[in-house]
Design a protein around this ligand. Structure first.
Ligand SMILES: Cc1cc2nc3c(=O)[nH]c(=O)nc-3n(C[C@H](O)[C@H](O)[C@H](O)COP(=O)(O)O)c2cc1C
Ligand code: SF4
Length: 505
């Protein structure tokens, strides 16, 4: 009898917990996996103690270590994101570890503790080429390309609203501009991949009239032509027919239920020369800044692009360099692991190609590839990046637990799935706040670290301000490691003065 009473009470308690989990909106995992989901939170809480006796350290996991994820989770929730007792990194021996060299004295600096402090780009996007809709991006940290299709509608809505709250740009990804990109009011970068989704004709070619319609219908601030992405360069995507729902078919402009293979290369242009004509056509017709996104392989393309731009009559307004360590919804392992250069190597080669011709103040450099962590972002800025894009870190901020099932449509947190039951776990409003807080926190950390280095803005960090460990007994500056010449990685004097004045006025 007693056992039965205890059993009934336990069942009632579990039912009550399940009801609470299903109704709450803070944790997508608990909404999708009531009761069972608590095991993950318990393990996360007692993880540090357990790990002293079990295997992996806080630094070991990839793509993002436990420490990196914890920092993003805590930042997004506005919890204490400090670490106690000192670093867990073996700073004297980890090959490639970056040391940022603080300065003892400095001139006027912005308030590094103000959570609402602005951190705009040091460059006006499209300004040097005189685009009608040129503008200074309000945030140096923006949301990277991820399509509706690879992410759920709820996740896209949360990221869009989060970007709006943080004053950041939200890149649509190559899947076209969906209704979810319009829900939060965030400013957009419209991405054009090889399938021109949303802007294509019946044969799959590019349709300028449709592009102009799309641009006019939403707050699109810039256009990004996707040449490749770090996790799968040179490989066209495949959207299986089963995933081509009527909604996705409508947004992408493709038939319902049929496989949709994206070609590996563009049909609207076939070489650098015709690509620049295409860029000028889009910029001329829309007034928007136009750039290209690419991973870095052979350098011939970049050398040709820079030398054609040196003539001054045509040019991209920005380049987004994606590191080979970048993320994807799905890619063959060989592409994810081995095709294209990692960010620091690839970016420095591209930057150097433009620097050789004195062009670096003429365009905006954007970086991506695990740059949503302050130390990686600081290195990117020191190498000459003007802005960073964050994809997986933004996903982590809205609840991704790095289950790495994005390619299966079974994402447990409802982020990378089209399964309506799983996607229902996400409450876009509360996740939007998390994304916004994370974006603002990353900006604040960059302001703090810039101040420590004695400068007002991360674009003023130079490749001599950071050294990386090389072997056990030597550290070399970024300038020396990546072969930077005098003045490379630095803004021209006018841009440097302008951004310092803007931030310290
Ligand atoms: C789920 C997912 C979908 C993505 N979709 C696109 C895309 O449509 N177009 C694109 O250029 N990059 C895409 N990417 C790559 C990201 O935009 C970004 O370049 C890359 O993940 C590196 O940034 P990260 O290290 O901050 O994730 C995607 C990445 C992820 C994780
Ligand atoms: S499948 Fe895993 S890694 Fe991918 S978004 Fe979902 S929780 Fe994150």
């Amino acid at each position: 009898m007693k056992a039965r009473t205890i059993g009934t009470a336990a069942a009632a308690a579990v039912a009550a917990l399940a009801a609470r989990d299903l109704l709450q909106k803070r944790h997508a995992l608990l909404r999708n996996f009531p009761v069972a989901g608590h095991a993950r939170y318990l393990l996360e809480r007692i993880g540090p103690e357990l790990r002293q006796y079990i295997v992996t350290s806080n630094e070991e996991e990839r793509p993002f270590s436990r420490d990196q994820r914890s920092w993003i989770y805590a930042s997004a929730k506005e919890e204490n994101n400090y670490f106690g007792f000192g670093t867990e990194v073996d700073v004297a021996h980890v090959q490639g570890h970056a040391y940022l060299k603080q300065r003892t004295f400095a001139g006027p600096l912005p308030d590094a503790h103000d959570p609402a402090a602005p951190l705009p780009s040091a460059k006006v996007l499209g300004g040097p080429r005189g685009r009608a809709a040129a503008f200074r991006p309000a945030s140096v940290v923006n949301v990277s390309a991820m399509s509706f299709g690879s992410l759920s509608g709820a996740a896209i809505t949360a990221l869009n609203e989060g970007a709006a709250q943080a004053g950041a740009l939200h890149n649509t990804g190559e899947g076209g501009l969906s209704p979810y990109h319009r829900k939060g009011g965030g400013d957009l970068v419209l991405q054009l991949g090889t399938s021109y989704f949303g802007c294509r004709n019946a044969d799959g070619g590019f349709d300028l009239a449709k592009l102009k319609e799309v641009v006019a219908s939403a707050p699109v601030r810039a256009i990004e032509i996707k040449l490749s992405q770090g996790a799968k360069p040179g490989l066209g995507g495949m959207l299986p027919g089963a995933k081509v729902t009527p909604e996705i078919a409508e947004i992408r402009g493709i038939p319902v239920g049929e496989d949709c293979a994206s070609p590996s290369r563009h049909s609207a242009f076939g070489d650098t020369d015709s690509m620049l004509d295409f860029v000028e056509l889009l910029a001329g017709e829309t007034g928007l800044p136009v750039g290209v996104k690419s991973a870095v392989g052979e350098l011939g393309f970049w050398q040709e692009l820079a030398s054609m731009m040196a003539r001054g009559d045509r040019g991209v307004d920005f380049v987004t360099v994606d590191g080979g360590e970048g993320g994807t919804g799905a890619a063959p392992r060989i592409f994810a692991d081995s095709v294209s250069l990692p960010f620091r190597m690839g970016f420095s080669r591209v930057y150097g190609t433009f620097a050789e011709l004195g062009l670096t103040d003429r365009l905006t450099f954007i970086g991506s590839g695990k740059l949503g962590l302050p130390e990686n972002a600081a290195v990117a800025f020191a190498l000459g990046a003007d802005m960073v894009n964050v994809a997986r870190e933004a996903m982590l901020s809205i609840g991704c637990i790095q289950a790495q099932k994005c390619h299966t449509d079974r994402c447990p947190t409802g982020i990378a799935t089209q399964n309506p039951w799983l996607a229902r776990g996400i409450d876009p409003a509360s996740k939007a706040t998390r994304a916004a807080v994370y974006l603002r926190t990353l900006r604040r950390e960059l302001t703090k670290v810039s101040s420590a280095l004695g400068v007002a803005h991360p674009s003023l960090i130079t490749p001599d301000d950071i050294e990386v460990l090389n072997g056990d007994y030597e550290a070399r500056t970024l300038a020396s490691v990546y072969g930077y010449k005098d003045g490379w990685g630095r803004l021209g004097p006018e841009l440097a003065e302008e951004i310092t004045r803007l931030l310290t006025a």
